[in-house]
Design a binder for this molecule. Structure first.
Ligand code: ADP
Ligand code: MG
Length: 253
């Protein structure tokens, strides 16, 4: 049986009277690219914010690799192997693409690089190591030619690749992507998908929010659907494709 990496039980989060996430229980299997679909306002981003510790749940539990991580802050979850990108990435605009990647937290190794008592030689060695790793990651996401460009000057699609590069610095086991293809031109979307699939073959698990049903069907399996805060479907991509309610809701047929 495949290991469950990330799971929730009865997760709830309200904003005033609005139940943004309402009794959601999911189980993300190791090695999958799980698609999370649903109309605007369904609660998808809120679910990501709960999973990554950006928001605290009102009720329910979150387990990562079998451990209860409910209520842990984002950096603690990141250290345990959970990485995420944001629906609207905001890089440090005046810093270069490379510097933005070098600034990313390094994650699971748990090393404190810039501690107050670290000698200058050690700092230089660490900086060289982080720079080398950042360049490697930039090369992987095809942004190496833009390493010295100000991050504020790159396109929206390149910004999504930069976000992915920053996440990869931490070498997470599970990566949550919030609408990676939204507003990205087809050629950069293809690059992004190619990179996601390559990382998946290396063993990384993904949960991807998209409201493009076609994207989900082609690149994700299994598929989870939310509407009005609730889980309304959970199954294989093939089952999703054959589900009349989903088809009606998302394809307008
Ligand atoms: P999705 O990502 O599926 O489009 P969201 O999780 O962003 O949906 O939002 C779910 C609902 O919660 C929406 O009605 C949204 O307006 C509301 N919501 C999200 N974040 C907040 C917040 N910080 N404060 C108040 N309402 C919020
Ligand atoms: Mg959203």
């Amino acid at each position: 049986m495949t290991e469950t990496l990330l799971e929730t039980a009865g997760l709830c989060r309200a904003f005033g009277p609005l139940k943004a996430v309402d009794d959601v229980s999911i189980a993300v299997k190791a090695g999958t690219i799980t698609g999370l679909i649903g109309p605007n306002g369904a609660g998808k981003s809120t679910l990501f914010n709960l999973l990554t510790g950006v928001l605290a749940p009102d009720a329910g539990k979150i387990r990562l690799k079998g451990e209860d991580v409910t209520g842990l802050p984002p950096d603690a979850l990141f250290t345990r192997g959970l990485g995420r990108t944001f629906q609207i990435p905001r890089p440090f605009a005046r810093m270069s693409v490379l510097e933005n990647v070098m600034m990313a937290p390094v994650g699971q190794t748990g090393e404190r690089v810039w501690g107050p008592f670290v000698g200058a030689g050690r700092v230089r060695a660490e900086e060289a190591r982080i720079r080398a790793r950042a360049l490697e990651v930039l090369d992987f996401v095809t942004l190496a030619p833009l390493a010295d460009h100000p991050a504020g000057k790159i396109s929206g699609g390149q910004r999504k690749l930069l976000e992915l590069a920053r996440v990869l610095m931490g070498d997470p086991e599970v990566i949550l992507l919030d609408e990676p293809a939204a507003g990205v031109n087809p050629s950069l979307t293809a690059t992004l998908i190619e990179k996601i699939e390559a990382l998946n073959r290396q063993g990384k698990t993904f949960v991807i929010i998209e409201h493009d049903m076609d994207f989900i069907m082609r690149h994700c399996d299994p598929v989870i659907a939310m509407a009005e805060g609730r889980l309304v479907f959970e199954g294989s991509a093939a089952e999703a494709q054959a589900n009349p309610v989903l088809l009606e809701a998302y394809l307008g047929t």
